[in-house]
Design a protein around this ligand. Structure first.
Ligand code: CU
Length: 343
């Protein structure tokens, strides 16, 4: 098989070479050189530009239509809705500019295609044009940056105390640990020198604030409608805490604590009833069935979004968004650190 492919490639190269020879011969018969471009060549190229433009735009719209049903479900956090609005505004703007500039690019290539009877106009400078294409993009970019900064500040402001749930996400190769602040609402201090088998996140065992902290693996719960503050740490390399359904992502950097907050608006149960999510899961489960795998239900996830090593792909944790009551019941069942330390 490999030999046949190789043979086909070699034959193709020989055929191409022969074709070029024929073209050269016909050129010498017509008494022109291969670098001389005739009006009919230009005419053909100009029209081909137009044809290409039509296919190019058709392909673009086909792609948008083909893949749009694979995008993320509607944002499940207050901040996510705003980020989506900013994203959409960006995409509409980019699409508009893309269509206009590409139309102009191909249409002008056609309209001003080479012609031996036409001469190019010498047009060195125009202040008004310079002004126009400086000011318009500047205004558009200022709009995007101002809204971006506004939302960024909202995400980075500490949560209201009455409403706050404080969770630390501790990343290491290759898993996550979620640490809840416990009853005092305060995360205990940490000290990397105290990392050991029983103290895998390196808590400072002398800090009283850490005694009521709760460590959770594999899955963590958050209550709907409250502000969740996340503090991110990493033990080894840079990881990235990515919660796509809430439109949240932040690097976890060794030696420092990073931060963001969001307010979840839909519980896991509510999200499973969302028509778009149902359709998305049907598609996923149809594919799983083909591969002989069990069907799965929708779950929020925390993923690592930084290529951090060999098992990076598997570095994830399920997130359950609960009602307030469900969250409290779940939290009450989790072990607090001090009891673990006493063992
Ligand atoms: Cu990672």
């Amino acid at each position: 098989m490999n030999f046949l492919v190789l043979l086909a490639i070699v034959l193709l190269i020989i055929a191409g070479h022969q074709l070029l020879k024929i073209i050269e011969l016909s050129r010498s018969l017509k008494k022109t050189k291969e670098w001389q471009v005739s009006d009919s060549d230009n005419d053909f190229m100009g029209k081909t530009m137009l044809v290409f433009m039509v296919f190019f735009f058709a392909f673009f719209f086909w792609q948008v239509n083909r893949w749009i049903d694979r995008s993320l479900p509607p944002a499940a956090s207050e901040q996510g809705v705003k980020i989506d609005a900013l994203w959409d505004a960006n995409m509409y703007l980019i699409t508009f500019v893309f269509l206009v500039t590409n139309f102009v690019l191909f249409f002008f290539a056609y309209k001003y295609r080479g012609n031996s009877k036409r001469e190019a106009v010498y047009y060195p400078h125009n202040n008004k044009l310079e002004m126009l294409w400086t000011v318009v993009p500047a205004v558009a970019l200022a709009f995007i940056i101002i809204f971006g900064l506004k939302y960024w500040n909202e995400i980075m402001t500490p949560a209201e105390e009455a409403d706050r749930v404080t969770i630390e996400l501790y990343a290491k190769q290759f898993d996550w640990t979620a640490r809840y602040a416990g009853k005092d609402g305060k995360l205990g201090e940490t000290d990397f020198r105290q990392i050991s088998g029983s103290n895998s996140v390196g808590m400072d065992t002398s800090d009283v604030a850490g005694f009521d902290d709760i460590l959770v693996k594999n899955e963590f719960h958050i209550p709907v409608g409250r502000e969740i503050e996340f503090h991110m740490r990493s033990r080894d390399v840079i990881h990235s805490a990515y919660m796509p359904h809430f439109r949240a992502q932040m690097n976890c950097v060794p030696g420092m604590v990073t931060f963001f907050k969001f307010k979840p608006t839909k519980t896991t149960a509510e999200m499973r009833k969302d028509p778009y999510v149902i359709q998305l899961m049907e598609g996923i489960n149809k594919q799983r069935e083909k591969e002989g795998k069990e069907p799965v239900e929708f779950d929020y996830v925390l993923l690592c979004n930084k290529i951090c090593g060999a098992s990076h792909y598997n570095m994830q944790m399920n997130i359950v968004v609960d009602t307030e009551a469900g969250y409290k019941t779940w939290l009450a069942k989790q072990k607090v650190v001090k009891k673990v330390a006493k063992k």
